[in-house]
Design a protein around this ligand. Sequence first.
Ligand SMILES: Nc1ncnc2c1ncn2[C@@H]1O[C@H](COP(=O)(O)OP(=O)(O)O)[C@@H](O)[C@H]1O
Ligand SMILES: [Mg+2]
Length: 317
Amino acid sequence: MDTISDRLDKSVGAETSGAPVVRFENVTKRIGGKTIIDGLTLDIAPGQVFGFLGPNGSGKTTTIRMMVGLMAISEGDIRICGSSISRDFERAVAPVGAIVENPEMYGYMSGYANLMQYARMRPDISKARIDEVVDFIGLKGRIRDKVRTYSLGMRQRLGVAQAILHRPKLLILDEPTNGLDPQGIRELRDYLRELTRREGTTVFVSSHLLSEMELMCDTVAIIQGGKLIDVRKLNGAEAAASVHEVAFDVGDPALAAEKLGVGAVRDGLLIVQADREQSAAINARLVEAGIPVYGIRTIKRSLEDQFLEMTGGGTIV
Ligand SMILES: Nc1ncnc2c1ncn2[C@@H]1O[C@H](COP(=O)(O)OP(=O)(O)O)[C@@H](O)[C@H]1O
Ligand SMILES: [Mg+2]
């Protein structure tokens, strides 16, 4: 039988297979003697929605501006699909689609005309591709209307449509949920997911709202004061293997803790730090020791608790 660490190694290997789409190598940004981004090192595996979470002023936009070459990197490098942003800019940004500031859209033109205008500036975007993207993004019914009649959510969809016309491997969106209502956020989440599924696009989204990141992302990196604090998988094998507090409702929790040699008693329950497999193993040992188990519950801390704990609380909106 595999040991827990064997399985962990395998699952981690499987999850990160494929070269990273983005590789931050000790990225530092200084402006006027102030360090805005401090030694950011991070790999982003392909085919996922990756969240870049941090309070306002933590350096999300600065990082994104460096990723798309709008701002020089003071130290370190960013590689996109293996190419260096600072040394091989054209090649590095070729597979990127991004909305960093408000996308340039002409209000007096229709959504379709805006996309056509943009497509003419890039090679290899067919009319069929434009229609496909318009359909995908849910703007079909309004694409012939002038952009100035669009709601914020529709403008954003048009921006995303434009950004994905050339089938980028990486789509970067800076705080895409800002100003959207809950329905709009849900739709954004759905089509970003669908984009990774259908076209294999890796999506990099920033946000200061962790509840939204929690719903939207496969992995979340947390940044504060320009420093990477933590990276967490929210779905998949690695998340299942993560350690939680597990509460065992047993006949005699004090005796159980003594027999196991681990855990503590709280509120009449045996509390143990364990991952999924370890919980099952503990359960088996309790039963073997003749201690009846009436219930097992994982006390899952939300990302919010973890985030507040990590950032010292109070800094998040
Ligand atoms: N051009 C600039 N000059 C000086 N300071 C800047 C500049 N751009 C950003 N900053 C500072 O860098 C920090 C991070 O900003 P930013 O990247 O916009 O954060 P976020 O997008 O996470 O809200 C802030 O303290 C901000 O004031
Ligand atoms: Mg910002």
